[in-house]
Design a binder for this molecule. Structure first.
Ligand code: PBG
Length: 333
């Protein structure tokens, strides 16, 4: 700090904290509904609401039920949702070919939502994990994830989603070069205005466990899991390189994932690049907090506290399974 900022007893830092009104006035960060993105799980069928065991309070919905959920999101003015499909095992294969079928569950969800709710932002993952038998985000060829052949499939997946009406293509696969390839294919097909939100700094994290239960992608990943493509939790300079590459290749927004264990990464990215930066408070983070609240071990105020940490770190927005709860709370304040 360059300036001397006073000293005790003339200056008492507690004075600003004494009353609610002054605490509110001096708050440096605020969380608003505009900061929220709700991830939603969709499954096949009709009238299905299927609770996810490892994510208390979160369910998979068939499209008809999903629309009710989206209606809540719209009514609360949450700007966007992110859609994740649970694909039936019999429809998965080694190539994840359903990923680029224009009638797949994701595309049907987008079309149904857009028909009723034109203004809600729809974000879709580009990655093969929901569609492959092995659960990897890329093609497994000779026991390796083949980067360049995966890119060809990701291009096709991005394109069917854009065609269906997806607003934001969110590659979460961590293949090298995917942002540039997807930007080009979108541009060549008249989707210049379709946004790309890159999962730029995505770590090989144990905190994705409940999500993999939710979409059924976790059981066959092998002993190295996703370590050959997702980032090593030891690294942070490397995250800046990932982000720099993705911005150069045409990403409009970047994401850090998971959230709370990687606040330093958000802060460094924001300081270095000043681009729209998002945090994903992932399934494992959600479940830890939610389960402790359910057990009475933590007060539900920790939800807001956890989300404020992202704002402090510099995030522009947060993907969180708490989005509806928090938006309701903000509305009633
Ligand atoms: C898959 C994907 C994952 C998440 C979002 N997209 C999991 C993974 O990489 O295995 C995790 C989200 C969460 O845990 O809430 N590409």
């Amino acid at each position: 700090m360059t300036n001397i900022q006073g000293s005790f007893p003339k200056t008492r830092l507690r004075r600003n904290r004494m009353k609610d009104f002054s605490r509110r006035l001096v708050a440096e960060n605020n969380l608003g509904t505009n900061d929220l993105i709700l991830p939603l799980f969709v499954c096949d069928g009709n009238n299905v609401e299927d609770p996810i065991k490892s994510m208390p309070g979160v369910s998979r919905y068939s499209i008809d039920k999903l629309l009710h959920k989206v209606e809540e999101v719209v009514k609360l003015s949450i700007p966007a949702i992110a859609i994740f499909p649970q694909i039936e095992a019999s429809l998965k294969n080694n190539e994840g070919s359903l990923a680029f079928d224009e009638n797949n569950l994701v595309c049907r969800s987008i079309k149904s939502i857009k028909k009723e709710f034109t203004d809600i932002g729809i974000i879709c993952d580009v990655a093969l994990d929901p569609f492959t038998e092995h659960g990897h985000d890329g093609l497994v060829i000779d026991n390796k994830i083949d980067n360049d052949r995966t890119l060809e499939v990701l291009e096709k997946q991005a394109l069917v989603q854009a065609h269906a009406g997806c607003d934001v293509i969110a590659p979460s696969d961590m293949m090298d070069g995917r942002i540039g390839r997807i930007r080009t294919v979108l541009d060549n097909n008249n989707f210049q205005d379709t946004l790309i939100l890159s999962y730029a700094a995505k770590y090989a994290s144990g905190f994705y466990g409940p999500f993999r239960d939710a979409i059924g992608s976790g059981s066959k990943l092998g002993k190295d899991g996703k370590l050959t493509y997702q980032m090593d939790p030891s690294n942070s300079d490397e995250a800046l390189r990932e982000v720099a590459f993705d911005i150069n290749e045409g990403a409009d927004m970047v994401m850090v994932k998971p959230g709370m264990p990687y606040l330093d990464i958000i802060s460094r990215i924001k300081a270095e690049f000043k681009v729209p930066t998002f945090a994903y408070q992932v399934s494992g983070e959600y479940s830890m907090i939610k389960d402790s609240i359910n057990k009475g071990w933590l007060n539900e105020k920790v939800i807001m506290e956890s989300l404020l940490s992202f704002k402090r770190a510099g995030a522009n927005g947060i993907l969180t399974y708490f989005a509806l709860d928090i938006a309701k709370k903000l509305k009633n304040e």
